[in-house]
Design a protein around this ligand. Structure first.
Ligand SMILES: [Zn+2]
Length: 60
């Protein structure tokens, strides 16, 4: 079981996209800690399509 360099970071953070909950546009990309049972990340962000601040939900 030889762990390669870089495998650790991959495991610790999951890269996700944030999609607008109104129109579904994926406006942002971020990372979050990978923890089982964690609720979907939601953030209030500006959506260009809606031209307003809307709730953005984690999406892959
Ligand atoms: Zn939108």
């Amino acid at each position: 079981m030889a762990a390669r360099p870089g495998a650790k970071a991959e495991k610790a953070r999951a890269s996700i996209a944030l999609a607008c909950s109104i129109c579904g546009a994926r406006n942002y990309k971020t990372t979050k800690a990978r923890r089982p049972g964690l609720e979907l990340l939601t953030l209030k962000k500006f959506c260009r399509d809606c031209n307003a601040h809307t709730q953005h939900i984690e999406s892959k």
